[in-house]
Ligand binder design. Structure first.
Ligand code: IMP
Ligand code: MG
Length: 191
């Protein structure tokens, strides 16, 4: 059996298809490209969740004519404490950026924002390093339980008030490689 088929038993419903996600990435890429015309751009992905967003977004920005003069891709890897389905905002940086942030045009790329504490923490951390420009990009927005008022510059798709998986998002390190966004069946959380 394929892994995708094995996952299907755990999935309640598909929320966004891979085509809808791809179209959204193109839309975000067009805006980012226009905002950084002729300038160097550092796309800074937050691992692990943003791995596919950065992979697809960096290439989509590259396809836009009149975009940045160059694109550098880097990652930082964080893990936030909390329960299984909600972050506490107490963020542990497991791997910091390799690139210097000082003086650069930086777009932080996140998979999803929920209470906002993770992105708020990262914004603070990166601001201290005095980037020339610091913007935030999230593919999925869950605006229902915000605890930090984080400015979002590029927002992809509204997400229902559910725990979702796929396109980089995991539940207990599984389902990241699902090509679409899905809601899990309730029994998955109790098993
Ligand atoms: P926040 O700190 O609540 O904004 O959560 C941000 C981080 O929590 C994201 O980068 C994700 O890694 C994780 N997260 C939030 N909601 C979900 C979800 O529905 N599925 C999987 N991970 C999530
Ligand atoms: Mg994440």
């Amino acid at each position: 059996m394929k892994i995708e088929q094995a996952y299907e038993g755990s999935i309640e419903r598909k929320i966004y298809s891979s085509d809808q996600i791809a179209a959204t990435i193109d839309r975000l890429a067009a805006r980012i490209a226009a905002d950084f015309t002729g300038q160097p751009l550092l796309l800074l992905g937050v691992l692990k969740g943003a791995l596919f967003v950065v992979a697809d977004l960096s290439r989509a920005v590259g396809r836009v004519s009149g975009g940045p003069s160059e694109i550098t891709v880097d990652f930082l890897c964080v893990s936030s404490y909390g329960n299984a389905t909600r972050s506490s905002g107490e963020v542990r940086v497991l791997k910091d950026t390799g690139e210097m942030v000082t003086g650069r045009n930086v777009v932080v790329v996140e998979d999803i924002i929920d209470n906002g504490l993770t992105l708020d923490y990262l914004r603070g951390l990166l601001e201290e390093r005095k980037p020339a420009v610091l913007r935030t990009c999230v593919l999925f927005d869950k605006p229902y339980h915000r605890q930090a008022d984080v400015r979002l510059d590029y927002v992809g798709l509204q997400c229902p008030d559910e725990f979702v998986v796929g396109y980089g998002l995991d539940y207990q390190e599984l389902f990241r490689n699902l090509p679409y966004l899905a809601q899990l069946k309730p029994w998955v959380f109790s098993s």
